[in-house]
Design a binder for this molecule. Sequence first.
Ligand SMILES: NC(=O)C1=CN([C@@H]2O[C@H](COP(=O)(O)OP(=O)(O)OC[C@H]3O[C@@H](n4cnc5c(N)ncnc54)[C@H](O)[C@@H]3O)[C@@H](O)[C@H]2O)C=CC1
Ligand SMILES: O=CCc1c[nH]c2ccccc12
Length: 292
Amino acid sequence: MVSTENFPSIQLSTGGAIPLLAYGLGTANFKSGSTDVDKSIIADTKTAILAGFTHLDGAENYGNEEELGIAIKESGVLRSKLFVTTKVYRSISSPKTALAVSLKKLDIEYVDLYLIHAPFWDEQEKGISIEKAWQEMEELHGKGLAKAIGVSNFGISEFERIAKIAKIQPAINQIEYNAYLQSPELMEYHHRHGIATAAYGPLIPITKGTPGPLDTIIEELAKKYSKTPTQILLRWAIETGVVAITTSSKEWRMKEALGVGEFKLDESDVEDIRKAGSKKHMRIFWTKNYRD
Ligand SMILES: NC(=O)C1=CN([C@@H]2O[C@H](COP(=O)(O)OP(=O)(O)OC[C@H]3O[C@@H](n4cnc5c(N)ncnc54)[C@H](O)[C@@H]3O)[C@@H](O)[C@H]2O)C=CC1
Ligand SMILES: O=CCc1c[nH]c2ccccc12
């Protein structure tokens, strides 16, 4: 088993250390509609934990928090060895109620990280605001129900709204991030304000972005390091100081991803990927909300 137990982590400003590689349940294992427990989601997630993933990325919206909780229990891995993230979106009018429901479904006492999933809703119409939601997130952190609190899909304007009322700044922003979507201004804001970054879609340059300006360099670096294009791209995200959130229902892909803990990229190669990637701009998720 390749363990990420000793996988590099980064300290979060609101508490805890977040492993730089995570297994996500929001794409390959996304569950829409059915309320029946999906045994294949339990099996995939348990396989990921037993393969060595210790950071699990869930959400209310993914419809599979119960499966995640069962996989955690059945894996036999100590809760204290795992970093569990979940998010609130559809129940944003009351994160306190939403987290109580999530904790019951996950069958755990606390989450390591709780995120506002996205700021994209008609706030006025629904009588909600990210400011009010954030104040409830701070209360949940104060009660120890969320060891760290953060956001996802926030931009600088949303951060500036939160900054006006926050007692605790968001510890992290989970965003679509890869060499084709580097968001330099937002990343600079993160660095300046001590906000960590987690990347979803880190493999988009090879899963959805080919043919593209990265193709040649990724192949060349895969040969140079005797690694796969997947491992090169995941390592690139991590070398830029970003948590990489990936997924697969195949055990060999899970182990492939976990292999990023076994090598480092030369700084010059990190920069070459950054330069080549900046020649193309590509966003896959939440496109109706972003004005790229
Ligand atoms: N906060 C948010 O709004 C969002 C969060 N997420 C989170 O991020 C997680 C990961 O997102 P993804 O886009 O799935 O991550 P990703 O970009 O790492 O893609 C993973 C997919 O790529 C496949 N793959 C791996 N190597 C490949 C290769 N060489 N060729 C072709 N396919 C390959 C895997 O089998 C898997 O299906 C989600 O499960 C979810 O937890 C995802 C989207 C939005
Ligand atoms: O966390 C979000 C995961 C997700 C899966 N599909 C879509 C489509 C649009 C936005 C987010 C997502």
